[in-house]
Design a protein around this ligand. Structure first.
Ligand code: SF4
Length: 492
């Protein structure tokens, strides 16, 4: 059992230092110095190594792990960006050889240069990745991501629906997106406590300064509101030292608050040297004796976000403040009509039970369609019929029944199980459309099919099945999520 697993098992608050690997000896020696400290305020300190934060050419977490002066049991990240099942499976034996058995599985944010409509980029999504690793390595410790910092119902509701799938797929722990909104941290904790088999939550945090607030504006899924920016700007205008002190103070308060909320630990970003770590430790030690309950903590936290002459800071974007449990959206008449029409059509032709469906299934499984020419024509026919209506990309494994008849290939990342964390007020991370998973959420809620979005774990599309007709496979019974192998139960 690694230090991280033991801490979570013993319910000891744990600190994870996030390391974004770069081939720089200075960075590696800074990490070594931080890890040599081995604790923060007496809490065990361990390492996470990020994957593909910049580009696919970044140093891999495993290579970074091997480059550490003194190897520490690290939590490796695996980003699904521009990857397929085979890439994930290829990593597992390398991790075995390195003695690493813990992995955070992420779909990944937008690959630099990926523009919809240009070169297709595949993302191995986290739910499918969890299923793959859980089956291949039932005893490994697997973490998944959750972004609770959502302020519209569709995007927030869809996040939690997908998180239910991640639990079903075998997640042992959830790592939250970087965020500052304590109400959302509480909300995520309340959600987890309601799950039949709750898992630990770890919050990702960083000391917010003026420079970082500017940088975070370009990080998908991280919310820094205008009033937060105004505050860090005002702090920086006083002096660099003042701004630094205030940001470390807030970080210390956030650590204390998260611990009081029941978080299992923190994932610290932006700590690059021992001096920063010691400054944080000093601030936590100063505050901790006075703040023994959330009631004592809340006024100190609020005060840390106030400055004379500035309006109160709000953590929700202007004009959007959805909270988990609030339910007001419903599908438009057009969305409902679309769903009902496609559902009726699907039931008629693809249910495998009506005479029309059986006849269609018989027709598309004739040997003629197995020949190269026949397969090409069947592919053309399916694409010609479905692309104008659904945006079909003939992935060869139709998942429409499990996605409320909204084709997952119309998501720029091709995600089928739910949204990534990068949406902003229902808009896709790519900025050019409403997130399809928000539309799915609205439709599912209105037509009474939300279980489809929480229970059906949709496996990834295999590289070799793309650009073929999905029909023969569908009628062979190999296409729906219902046939997807469920993960083996991890031994307790
Ligand atoms: S899931 Fe695949 S086959 Fe079905 S509509 Fe989308 S791209 Fe086409």
């Amino acid at each position: 059992m690694t230090l991280l697993q033991k801490a979570l098992c013993d319910k000891t608050f744990v600190c994870i230092m996030e390391f974004v690997p770069k081939p720089s000896a200075q960075r590696f020696s800074a990490v070594a110095a931080l890890m040599a400290r081995s604790q923060l305020c007496g809490w065990p300190l361990t390492l996470a190594i990020a994957d593909r934060v910049g580009s696919p050419l970044d140093m891999s977490p495993l290579d970074a792990f091997h480059s550490l002066e003194r190897p520490v049991p690290a939590l490796l990240h695996f980003s699904g960006k521009d990857r397929e099942r085979r890439d994930l499976l290829a990593q597992l034996p390398r991790m075995d050889a390195a003695g690493v058995d813990q992995l955070l599985l992420l779909s990944g944010d937008r690959l630099p240069g990926h523009r919809p409509g240009e070169r297709p980029v595949r993302y191995l999504e986290s739910v499918a990745a969890l299923q793959i690793v859980r089956q291949a390595r039932p005893h490994w410790w697997l973490a998944a991501a959750l972004n609770p910092f959502k302020y519209r119902e569709e995007e927030g509701g869809a996040q939690y629906f997908k998180a239910e799938k991640k639990l079903a797929a075998g997640a042992d722990c959830f790592m939250l997106q970087l965020g500052f909104d304590a109400q959302k941290h509480l909300e995520a904790m309340a959600w987890m406590k309601r799950q039949p088999n709750p898992k630990p939550l770890i919050a990702c945090i960083l000391a917010l300064t003026q420079g970082r607030a500017r940088m975070l504006e370009h990080v998908a899924g991280v919310v820094v509101t205008p009033s937060m920016r105004a505050l860090v700007d005002a702090e920086a205008a006083v002096s660099k030292n003042y701004a630094r002190e205030r940001s470390v103070n807030r970080l210390a308060l956030q650590v204390i608050g998260l611990r009081l909320m029941g978080y299992a630990g923190i994932n610290l970003s932006g700590i690059h040297d021992l001096e920063q770590l010691l400054a944080l430790e000093q601030a936590i030690s100063t505050w901790q004796p006075q703040l023994q309950s959330l009631e004592q903590w809340a006024p100190a936290w609020e005060a840390s976000w106030r400055m004379p002459g500035l309006p109160a800071v709000t953590f929700n974007p202007p004009d959007a403040n959805w909270r988990l449990g609030e339910s007001s959206v419903s599908a438009s008449p057009q969305e409902q009509a679309r769903y009902r029409l496609l559902h009726g059509f699907h039931s008629l032709l693809f249910s495998r039970t009506t005479w029309a469906s059986r006849a269609f299934g018989w027709a598309v499984r004739r040997p003629v369609w197995s020949t190269a020419t026949g397969a090409r024509w069947l592919h053309r026919l399916e694409r010609g019929l479905k692309r104008p209506v659904l945006g079909c990309d003939t992935c060869g494994n139709c998942r429409l029944e499990d996605t409320l008849y909204i084709c997952p290939e119309t998501c720029p990342k091709g995600l089928a199980n739910g949204p990534c964390g990068g949406t902003s007020l229902n808009r896709c991370e790519f900025g050019d459309r409403e997130c399809i998973h928000g539309i799915k959420y609205r439709t599912a809620k209105t037509v009474g099919q939300t279980a489809v979005l929480t229970e059906r774990l949709i496996p990834c599309v295999e590289a070799g099945s793309r650009h073929r007709s999905s029909w023969p496979r569908w009628f062979d019974g190999a296409s729906s999520a219902a046939q997807a192998p469920l993960p083996d139960k991890k031994p307790e």
